[in-house]
Design a protein around this ligand. Structure first.
Ligand code: SP5
Ligand code: ZN
Length: 346
C-alpha cells in the first residue's frame, strides 16, 4: 500500500492547547505522525511516497480566499503584533458569537477570533506550510487512487475534518478530506463519499458539502450533546437544498463497544453502497480507541482491522486520510491494525 508522507508535518508543533480550563501540552503533536512513520517505514507491505501534488489551487476551491490569506499571513502579523521574532503561539481572544454585523477586523488579535472555532488550536510559524503540505499529501493520495484504483493512505497532519470553508479549530486548518474529494471530482468522478469515523463529529466536512449532492458525507461519532464539537453532529442534520439526504450522522453514546459500533458502521456502509460513489474517502480517526485521552468509546486495537475490513469489502477505490488519535503509545499499532484490514481485502 502506498503511504503519502512528508516530514514537514513537524513544522506545526504547538506548545499548549486550552482544554477544560487548563493549558495542557498539545494532544495533536509531531510525535503522532513520527511514531506511525517509524513503525511502518521498514514494513514491506508499505511504500512511502513524498507528496508531489501542490494542493494550493484545490485548497482555494474548498476554502475562502480571505481565510487562506489569513492563515498565510497570521504568523508574520502575530510577530509584528507581539513586537518580537519569537512570540508565543497565537491564540484568539474574542469570538463573534451569534452576533449580527460581524466584519473581519484588521488587527491579528481580532482576526484570530474571527476565523477560529476554539482555543485548542494554536498557530505558530510553520502552521500554514504544514497544513498546506498535509493537504498536498491528501491530494497526491487522491491522484494515486484515481490513476491506480487501489487503496492509498495519506499520513496527513495536522488533521482536517473540523476545518470549515472559512474557519479553523479542533487542531484542523485545511480540510484534507474535502480537498481530496474535490480532487476526485476535478479528475472526473461524478460522486464521492466521505466516511468519517473519528471520535469527534467532522463538522467542517459536513458544513462544506451540506448543500451538495455530489459528495455524500457520513459521520459516526460521539454524541455531540456531551462531546466536542457540541454544536454539530445531530441525527437531524441531513443536508439542505440540493444536498438534502446526502448527509448522514450516526452519533453514539459514551461506552460504545465493538458490537454497537459495528451496527452503526453497517448502516453507514449500506448508505455508501446505495450511493455508489466513484471513490470513497475514509477520514480515519483513531481517537475512538479505548485508551485515547479524548475518548469514551471502547474500541480496541483489533477492532480497527474489523472496521477496515467492513469498509474495504465495499470495494470502492479508497483514499484513507489520518484524522485524530492521541494515545501516543498505541497509535502506531492501531494504524497498522486499520491498514491491515485493507491489505487483507485487496
Ligand atoms: C481532529 C480531532 O480529533 N480533533 C479533536 C479536538 C478536540 N479538542 C477538544 C478536547 C476537549 C476534551 N474534553 C475532554 C473531557 C474529558 N476529560
Ligand atoms: Zn477526533
Amino acid at each position: 500500500m502506498d503511504i503519502v508522507y512528508s516530514p514537514d508535518h513537524r513544522l506545526h508543533n504547538g506548545r499548549f492547547e486550552m482544554k477544560d480550563g487548563e493549558f495542557t501540552p498539545c494532544h495533536e503533536c509531531p510525535d503522532r505522525a513520527d511514531r506511525i512513520f517509524e513503525a511502518l517505514k521498514d514494513n514491506a507491505d508499505f511504500n512511502f511516497l513524498a507528496p508531489d501534488a501542490d494542493a494550493s489551487a484545490v485548497i482555494r476551491q474548498i476554502h475562502s480566499p480571505d481565510y487562506v490569506a489569513f492563515l498565510e499571513t497570521a504568523w508574520p502579523k502575530w510577530m509584528d503584533f507581539k513586537g518580537t521574532s519569537n512570540p508565543p503561539d497565537a491564540f484568539p481572544l474574542i469570538f463573534p458569537n451569534r452576533s449580527r454585523n460581524v466584519h473581519a477586523p484588521s488587527s491579528i488579535d481580532g482576526l484570530l477570533g474571527y476565523y477560529a472555532l476554539d482555543t485548542g488550536s494554536p498557530i505558530m510559524s510553520g502552521t500554514f506550510d504544514a497544513a498546506r503540505t498535509a493537504a498536498s499529501c491528501a491530494l497526491t493520495g487522491q491522484r494515486l487512487v484515481t490513476t491506480g484504483g487501489r487503496t492509498v493512505f495519506s499520513l496527513s497532519r495536522p488533521p482536517g475534518h473540523h476545518a470549515t470553508h472559512d474557519a479553523y479549530g479542533g487542531y484542523c486548518f485545511f480540510n484534507n478530506a474535502a480537498i481530496a474529494a474535490q480532487g476526485f471530482l476535478n479528475d472526473g468522478a461524478a460522486r464521492v463519499a466521505i466516511l468519517d469515523v473519528d471520535y469527534h463529529h467532522g463538522n467542517g466536512t459536513q458544513d462544506i458539502f451540506y448543500e451538495r449532492s455530489d459528495v455524500l458525507v457520513v459521520n459516526i461519532h460521539a454524541d455531540p450533546s456531551s462531546e466536542y464539537p457540541f454544536f454539530w453532529g445531530a441525527r437531524t442534520e441531513i443536508g439542505a437544498g440540493t444536498g438534502a439526504g446526502y448527509n448522514l450522522n450516526l452519533p453514539l453514546p459514551a461506552g460504545t463497544d465493538w458490537p454497537a459500533y459495528a451496527e452503526a458502521l453497517g448502516q453507514a456502509c449500506a448508505a455508501i453502497r446505495k450511493y455508489a460513489p466513484d471513490a470513497l474517502i475514509l477520514s480515519f480517526g483513531f481517537d475512538i480507541f479505548h485508551g485515547d485521552p479524548l475518548s469514551r468509546f471502547l474500541i480496541g486495537t483489533a477492532d480497527f482491522r474489523r472496521i477496515a475490513g467492513m469498509i474495504a469489502a465495499l470495494k470502492f477505490p479508497t483514499l484513507i486520510i489520518l484524522e485524530g488519535g492521541y494515545a501516543i503509545d498505541g497509535l502506531a499499532d492501531n494504524v497498522l491494525s486499520g491498514l491491515t484490514g485493507f491489505l487483507e481485502t485487496e
